[in-house]
Design a protein around this ligand. Structure first.
Ligand SMILES: N[C@@H](CCC[C@H](N)C(=O)O)C(=O)O
Length: 295
């Protein structure tokens, strides 16, 4: 039987991004890709991202997070999930509460992220610095200018989407800026083709963005390993960085996603700050049958 059987989890969302938080601090347990897929497949615990808390790796941090997509793959960053984790660590009565004053320092395979609470259900995450060099995205071949790379989909003389900006926010993003409403693009069909394009050796999150004004962007996202989601925090950050690099906006914007709004600021010190809401949906425990057949 899986050691995850009967473990308690929280079902949450951040601006509509479905998040499950699982606390494995104080245990040596680690979620396998097969276990993550099994948890995602059950309607009671389905998620876009599974955020798993582990004991801190670095002395001054509050916890280490592993982030799983629905296909069992792992990501170095998840903006919406990080806000949910902060809420859980600060407010959930069954979780150890390491922080005073509503601030946390969390760590992932991609680095550290700081979180501060603004109000009961609003948090700001310091997502760190964007990485912009072609080999940091990473891309499969050198592109000296990552503000727009040569990539298109659709007929060669009339591409549906072309020339995305690429940004790594702890995970790889390609942002296609369009004039039309992002809702008019068949992202469910185009997304997986671009996610798995050979130019992205680690795949990529694919965004379609419409700049509505100097501080307003409409965004839809096909997430690597998870598909269409109602919101993606790192995509919102990557979009503000990519739009700012192209002088389409200043250094901050409200990003409207199907599930809600996120406010993103690319500070002068190069850190990207993302502010948004969290919601607690339910709590549950994993039924042992969920993991049947997983060795
Ligand atoms: N929804 C997340 C991003 C999750 C990770 C992504 N699918 C990846 O594999 O990089 C967010 O809110 O940032």
């Amino acid at each position: 039987m899986s050691a995850l059987a009967h473990r308690r989890f929280l079902k949450m969302h951040g601006a509509g991004n479905a998040i499950v938080v699982l606390d494995l601090r104080g245990t040596p347990l680690r979620v396998s890709a097969a276990e993550a897929r099994a948890i995602a497949a059950d309607p009671g615990s389905s998620f876009d991202q599974l955020m798993v808390l582990h004991d801190p790796v670095s002395a001054e941090t509050d916890a280490f997070m592993r982030i799983y997509n629905t296909d069992g793959s792992e990501s170095g960053a998840c903006g919406n999930g990080t806000r949910c984790v902060a809420f859980a660590m600060l407010d959930d009565p069954a979780m150890a509460r390491p922080a005073e004053g509503g601030r946390l320092l969390l760590e992932t395979s991609a680095g550290r992220v700081g979180v501060r609470r603004n109000s009961e259900r609003s948090f700001t995450v310091d997502m760190g610095r964007p990485h912009l060099a072609w080999d940091e995205i990473p891309l499969a071949e050198p592109f000296p200018d990552t503000r727009r790379i040569e990539l298109q989909i659709g007929p060669i003389d009339a591409p549906v989407l072309h020339s995305p900006g690429v940004v790594n926010m702890g995970n790889p993003h390609a942002v296609f800026f369009v004039d039309a409403d992002p809702d008019t693009y068949d992202l469910g069909r185009i997304g997986p083709l671009l996610e798995n394009h050979p130019v992205f050796p680690e795949r990529a999150n694919i965004s379609v963005a419409q700049v509505l004004g100097r501080e307003a962007i409409k965004l839809r996202v096909w997430e690597r390993g998870a598909g269409l989601t109602l919101a993606c925090g790192t995509a919102a950050c990557a979009t503000v960085v990519a739009a700012s690099r192209l002088r389409m906006i200043g250094r901050q914007a409200n990003v409207s996603l199907p599930g809600g709004d996120l406010f993103v600021e690319w500070r002068a010190d190069d850190h990207v700050l993302m502010t948004g809401p969290v919601a607690l949906v339910a709590e549950g425990t994993f039924a042992p049958e969920l993991f049947a057949g997983i060795g």
